[in-house]
Design a protein around this ligand. Structure first.
Ligand code: NAP
Length: 507
């Protein structure tokens, strides 16, 4: 797939704009620069600061995942003359606070650059479409994650969260985002203090009254979307009792589920760990005759539990309700579901059996969703940009053809799935298409420098260069070092604070 070894030389540089500086954008920049020694890349980012989901999505207690940002930053050293960063530019009408950032359209970028690679991710989330979704205290997990990671557009959320009044939280959905949220809500504050979590989130979490977090999945434990590493972390949280109901595991272990476990070794390990966690906490009197082998060695003894974290299965939310006239959520009504069908194609249906779960905070963690951007085709069924090997297509039907010079990668291309590393394969495919089109002559050199066509890139004072970002970075790192206990960085939480950290020479 990534077979281009030698790329024709040009008399001048080709300029590629990469829209978005998350892992999809940075991996695209990396492979473009690595594979073509004359090509120039400009990364265009909506926020002043780079790294997208690595900074604002990855949980603060996962520094080993965040460390990939050092590799991305290193690209500016390796390719100092060919890689540029233009932060605080809203492309295609995508960013809030428009007066604080430069607005640029996709056609403007297409005029200024020889190729444009879209790597802007997925900026919205799926809706449950059940009554009560608009009540106070009902949030998307995406908003909650952005808030605790210090995203400037979610800065105000802490004021409405009111965690000092929240004892019970329900998280809907059982992907890794749901597990991240449950862990942040229950983990020891001392551990969080040593991370780069937003200082405001830290304050709100210090005053939290949360006692119980219930994470519900509409399917069974065999179909849970979280991965074993994330489950292990939950099980080993100090001061947290993980509760799993054996009866729910038994109900989920249909003949088809057993086949699914048998056919997939990683899944078997995950299911074994769920069973071990269930047994370790002795939450049920029932003994399953069908349970898979438990690896009880995975479960160590717990410190006295201060909080409870329940993983519940085969429950689908049907309504979010409040007490009386209150406009804040107080409970989640769930319906017991049952699985049926062939292995890997099992469906859930409601059984009519209802249960009410208390909750003053509900986090909807049922997947992110891509949003259209101006002047770019969009598939409203998949919420992605139609493409062929990363070449953006004019539409989603069979007659669609590639739009010259426009490419896509990451979540905007494949939907909101996969881990940071998934973007490597994805970016390689898109970069191969760009380089093939350059090599075949399909892409013509426009013969201009982007800054001549779009002088705002360097002239607009709101635009943040890589040197500017390094000042923001230094401020955050030194502020973090001064904290007690010291922190890897103390994030600046608003656009204004980020821009204020930049000292430009007077001209
Ligand atoms: P996800 O993995 O797709 O999980 C979504 C969850 O929501 C599933 O449990 C799904 O259940 C459920 N769901 C969807 N629609 C629902 C509905 N209408 N009612 C009830 N439940 C519903 O999404 P995610 O957790 O947002 O994660 C996105 C991607 O980022 C994933 O690839 C994830 O692995 C990755 N990520 C990784 C990490 C990490 O590696 N630590 C951390 C965060 C995110 P069904 O399965 O039944 O549809």
């Amino acid at each position: 797939m990534f077979s281009i070894k030698v790329v024709r030389s040009w008399t001048r540089s080709f300029h590629v704009a990469v829209v978005g500086s998350g892992p999809a954008g940075f991996y695209s920049a990396k492979y473009l620069l690595d594979k073509h020694k004359e090509l120039h890349v400009s990364i265009i980012e909506g926020l002043p600061v780079p790294f997208g989901l690595v900074r604002f999505g990855v949980a603060p207690d996962h520094p080993e995942v965040k460390s990939v940002s050092s590799q991305f930053a290193e690209l500016f050293v390796q390719h100092s003359t060919r890689l540029r960063y233009f932060g605080n530019i809203s492309v295609g009408g995508k960013t809030k606070n428009s007066e604080d950032s430069l607005q640029v359209s996709i056609p403007q970028l297409q005029n200024a650059f020889d190729a444009v690679v879209l790597a802007h991710g997925a900026s919205s989330d799926n809706a449950l479409k059940i009554p009560g979704e608009d009540l106070g205290g009902v949030l998307s997990a995406r908003a909650f994650v952005n808030w605790y990671n210090g995203h400037p557009d979610f800065h105000d959320l802490g004021q409405t969260l009111n965690l000092s009044q929240v004892t019970d939280v329900v998280v809907v959905g059982q992907g890794n985002v749901a597990i991240d949220c449950a862990r942040i809500l229950t983990m020891n504050i001392k551990e969080l203090e040593a991370t780069d979590i937003s200082s405001e989130a830290l304050d709100v979490l210090r005053g939290s009254a949360v006692q119980r977090v219930t994470v519900i999945g509409r399917r069974g434990h065999v179909q849970a979307a979280f991965t074993i590493k994330e489950l292990r972390e939950l099980i080993h949280l100090a001061g947290v009792r993980v509760v799993i109901d054996q009866k729910e595991l038994d109900a989920g272990l249909t003949a088809s589920s057993a086949e699914e476990v048998k056919a997939n070794r990683p899944r078997k390990r995950l299911v074994d760990l769920i069973h071990s966690a269930c047994s370790a906490n002795d939450t049920t009197t029932a003994t399953s005759s069908t349970s898979t082998t438990s690896d009880s060695s995975e479960i160590s003894s717990h410190s006295p539990a201060e909080k409870e974290l329940s993983l519940r299965f085969l429950l689908s939310p049907v309504a979010l309700e409040s007490h009386g006239d209150s406009q804040r959520v107080s409970r989640v009504v769930v319906e017991r579901t049952a699985l049926s069908g062939e292995p890997f194609h099992q469906r859930v249906s409601g059984t009519g059996q209802m249960e009410s779960l208390p909750a003053q905070l509900v986090l909807k963690s049922i997947g992110y969703r891509g949003e259209p951007i101006d002047s770019v085709p969009f598939n409203t069924s998949t919420h992605t940009i139609p493409h062929d090997k990363g070449r953006v297509l004019s539409g989603s039907d069979t007659t669609a053809s590639p739009i010259k010079g426009l490419y896509v990668t990451g979540w905007a291309k494949r939907g909101p799935t996969g881990i940071v590393g998934t973007n490597i394969v994805d970016a390689k495919e898109t970069v191969s298409s760009v380089l093939e089109d350059l090599s075949s002559g399909l892409l013509q050199d426009k013969g201009v420098d982007p800054e001549q066509v779009l002088p705002e890139l360097v002239k607009d004072k709101r635009v943040v260069s890589w040197l500017d970002y390094q000042q923001i970075d230094e401020t955050e790192v030194s502020d973090g070092a001064r904290c007690i206990p010291s922190r890897p960085r103390q994030k600046l939480l608003t656009r204004q604070a980020m821009l204020a950290a930049i000292q430009r020479p007077q001209v």
